[in-house]
Ligand binder design. Sequence first.
Ligand code: ATP
Ligand code: MG
Length: 212
Amino acid sequence: MITIALSKGRIFEETIPLLKAAGITAPDDPETSRKLILPTNRADVRLIIVRAGDVPTYVQYGAADIGVAGKDVLDEHGGTGLYQPLDLNIARCRMMVAVREDFDYESAVRQGARLRVATKYVQTARAHFAAKGVHVDLIKLYGSMELAPLVGLSDAIVDLVSSGNTLKANHLKAVEQIADISSRLVVNQAALKLKRAAIQPILDAFAFAIKK
Ligand code: ATP
Ligand code: MG
């Protein structure tokens, strides 16, 4: 049995065409089905639906053989035990630093101010500001980061931005890019060795179907 871990939403939707290219189709829609284990047209392949941030953990421990996870999530996880053969070029966005429209980030940085930064991406933020030599107090959040600067919880946020519409709607501006983000295929290293005959054709089909 090959188990593939996906998260609901954009990653699931954008992975379906890649699975199709590998001859794998799933009848259930995770948005409406309550099932967490979805069978596919292939008796030897199943999908499991997990939180986006949990995908690397399921694959690391071998509970899933393959997964699709954002680079944002992989950077936070660290990638231990994961083989990352493919950038799938889906769920593309950018990891950014953002502040209130009326906050002068450049001069705060220039003056060596200590910044309060709220984010779900604590490791990524820590590494970014350490490399810049900016002192920060990191505040861990689990969502709705845009709210933090508006109510005085933080000076800045580190979050994913695609169109920038959410920032604009909340009178925030992006001031720095940390990384380009897209989703990656991750494979359990032991599973790749033990089940290579079943896994390799899936990797090859994905590689062939990736949009440039
Ligand atoms: P959960 O809602 O379960 O806590 P999440 O909010 O991280 O998880 P999503 O918002 O569906 O889940 O994001 C899943 C992945 O999609 C992220 O890890 C990231 O790689 C990517 N992603 C997030 N936001 C965007 C976006 N605005 N545009 C493109 N890709 C995005
Ligand atoms: Mg979400």
